[in-house]
Design a protein around this ligand. Structure first.
Ligand code: 5GP
Ligand code: MG
Length: 178
């Protein structure tokens, strides 16, 4: 196994700060904005961003979690755990500006499924996507992120390893693994 460091903890911190600044530029006082983290791996990032935004804006911003497992078109084809993670959206998304948060964007199928899963909760005014790592040229659907931490050239066979302190790692680090 070969590991190449893509983002160290300092750079990741700067990256997350920039993402928060971009969100603040576009969402102003966040009065109509909600944040939804994708289960299972997007929720830590969503929590980090949510906490920073609340601190910087001194506003209460709704935060929810969405699991799109059963909405995937390849649900029966892949080795996806039959057990879903918790979906928790205990606020109204009808008419809101939703920011979906995930760690890595790859084929785009998770996000397509997230759109389906979200419909059950209402019709947002707008949905945006924030990802920490955008794996370039691997998309199988026309999905693009509005906010990108870092775009990385990857082979389909490679894997991005996201290590966050929030997940029990010693330091925040993002690796590309062969
Ligand atoms: P997609 O549905 O776009 O093919 O894949 C994105 C989803 O799978 C995300 O929820 C993400 O957590 C996970 N994923 C896909 N590729 C990677 C990767 O290289 N590293 C990590 N950590 N997650 C990935
Ligand atoms: Mg996805």
């Amino acid at each position: 196994m070969q590991k190449k460091l893509i983002l160290d903890s300092d750079l990741l911190d700067i990256t997350i700060s920039r993402l928060c600044q971009q969100l603040i530029e576009r969402h102003g006082n966040f009065s109509e904005t909600v944040i939804i983290g994708m289960q299972p791996r997007g929720i830590h990032l969503a929590e980090i961003i949510h906490a920073r935004l609340q601190k910087d804006t001194k506003k209460e911003i709704p935060l929810g979690y969405l699991d799109a497992t059963f909405y995937r078109d390849d649900f029966r084809r892949r080795e996806i755990p039959a057990k879903a993670n918790e979906t928790r959206i205990d606020f109204i998304i009808e008419g809101k500006r939703v920011v979906l948060v995930d760690d890595v964007l790859f084929t785009g199928r998770t996000i397509r499924a997230a759109m389906d899963a979200m419909i059950a909760f209402g019709r947002p005014a707008k949905v945006e996507l924030l990802v920490l790592i955008d794996r370039k040229y691997t998309r199988e659907l026309p999905v693009a992120a509005d906010y990108v931490g870092k775009a990385v050239n990857t082979l389909t066979s490679q894997r991005v390893l996201v290590e966050l302190e929030a997940q029990g790692h010693k330091q925040n680090k993002i690796w590309l693994v062969n």
